[in-house]
Design a protein around this ligand. Structure first.
Ligand code: THU
Length: 130
């Protein structure tokens, strides 16, 4: 799939976001090494700590369907700056695919692609546990 198409899927997922509190929809599209794509949106909760980001929705969908080998993720948000994954999502992505790429999109449709390792330098992984 082209990067543009992957991002289109992420943008379309913004419509599915459940965001009654922040009113900030985010969409994600996660591509696996075999080409399978899992999408996600943010799902908020009245107990704010229970909110789930779009990226983690996509990861949980993928892993629960037997996919862990992620190549890249497209993330679309509605702000002027690029919608970079939050710290928790960076850590969750790093668990499965530290060498994956992250493509972020802003409201104007511009994108910024960078390695996850740049977003989470010296990340903590399973190998640290011995
Ligand atoms: N959010 C995401 O879904 N992904 C990000 O990369 C940044 C933040 C969500 C969480 C919450 O529902 C809303 O955006 C505002 O923080």
């Amino acid at each position: 799939m082209t990067e543009e198409k992957l991002m289109e899927l992420a943008v379309s997922m913004m419509e599915r976001a459940y965001v009654p509190y922040s009113h900030f929809p985010v969409g994600a599209a996660l591509e696996c090494s075999d080409g399978t794509v899992f999408t996600g949106c943010n799902v908020e909760n009245a107990a704010y700590g229970a909110c789930i980001c779009a990226e983690r929705t996509a990861v949980v969908k993928a892993v629960s369907e037997g996919h862990r080998d992620f190549v890249r993720i497209a993330v679309a948000g509605g702000s002027d700056d690029f919608c970079y994954p939050c710290g928790t999502c960076r850590q969750v992505l790093y668990e499965f695919a530290p060498d994956m790429d992250v493509i972020c999109r802003n409201k104007a449709g511009k994108t910024h692609k960078l390695p996850l390792r740049e977003l989470l330098p010296h990340g903590f992984g399973g190998s640290h546990l011995g």
